[in-house]
Design a binder for this molecule. Sequence first.
Ligand code: AMP
Ligand code: ZN
Length: 484
Amino acid sequence: MILYNTLGGTRQEFKTHEEGKVRMYTCGPTVYHYAHIGNLRTYIMEDVLEKYFRYAGYDVLRVMNITDVGHLSSDADTGEDKMLAGAKREHKSVMEIAQYYTDAFFSDAEKLNIKKPDVIEPATNCIPEFIEMVQTLLDKGYAYIAGGNVYFDTSKLDNYYVFGNMNEDELQVGVRDDVSEDENKRNKNDFVLWFTQSKFEDQALKWESPWGLGYPGWHIECSAISIKHAGEYLDIHCGGIDNAFPHHTNEIAQSEAYLGHQWCPHWFHVLHLLDKRGKMSKSKGGFLTVSLLEEKGYDPLAYRFFCLQSHYRKPLVFSFENLDNTVQAYNKLVARIAKLNADGEPDLEAAKPYQDKFKEALDNDLNTSLAITALHNVLKGDISDATKLYLIADFDKVLSLGLIEAAQAELKKAAEAEAAKEAQKDAYLTEKGITRAWVEDKLAERAQAKADKNWAVADSVRDELKALGIVIKDSKDGASWELE
Ligand code: AMP
Ligand code: ZN
């Protein structure tokens, strides 16, 4: 499989440390607010990647953290602690906030057919691991204590800017107005591993540590949680592109300093979902959530389809107009699938070239829109309906668009509507004191009259039924009747 790697900035063959096994880490959500559909774009594309690894035969171990502590708006001990801000906003404890939004995240993920990672680890579960890692970094000389906090010393690394393009001057420009530089730092990019001195007097969660009562910095959790569950050699690390710097850059700095060797050779980043104001973000507010889409009558899976139609390495602009177009395309696809006849056995030989096309699309830097074209080509293909259904179910192991289920639901809905209509007819006939058999006899009488060219009788039958509120419909298959 060819996959773009932010480390090196090229498309390259994806390789694993151990043959046949993928150890995959994804930065999990900060749980101080609902995930917005931008966050979920990232999780949808990571879900496709994970499922494609499995489809391609890999044994996958996927680990995800839950950021329930330590996520400040910057590395300096300034800005605000987002968890604490959430707790204040909602008059709840920090842990209540974390639990509530963790549950909300997984409920949204489920609606989008995003599989749960094999390991889900809240940061607050791993304080001893963080402390051990920070202590080792101090012992190895990669960290220092200043003003009561422990900092990572970026000057100890030959190459801190592993992803390139991180021009110091640009970073200076990128520093936000509300963030003042932390005077304890020896170098501008040094970052906090452990805080004991916080500007937040009422910092809710603190733990004992060799450096005093405090709490972990922003980045340490992902390094420690990944190493705890996926070991010293990670195969691929994923996140939204905004995580590349400083979060992932700092993760790499501290993990490799701690381990003494390369930690993760492949970095997968999803570009942002944009709205009219630019990048959708939690801190800006006014963002869209899955619940909001549902309230507006959208099936969350239409949003998944929306994401899959474009490449993960391109920014994606969201608008309701674009989503409406996707809904139409999704409904058309489902309607075509609903028409397929499920009888018979699939022809696995005939299915193979279609599967090859599907794999070719995803092997090409996870080109999901081409994979959807491959799906359309199945529907157009000169193969049996059973083979088509087999292929759609097969592709949906990766795409997870719920296509077969949606088609079945459509058929069920149509059958129920038909049954309701027939029941309504029966009720009507009973009310009129007539039966279906009587109406059928009348239709037969009219058919005979027409055959005999006895138009007067044929017309009088039509009028008699019409007077009862029953309309005759003629078609090439003969006559049927409906209520007026
Ligand atoms: P957060 O909960 O803020 O830590 O974000 C969770 C994930 O969503 C991270 O991988 C972010 O990089 C990613 N993310 C944040 N904003 C966006 C966006 N507008 N579009 C796509 N991904 C995003
Ligand atoms: Zn992370």
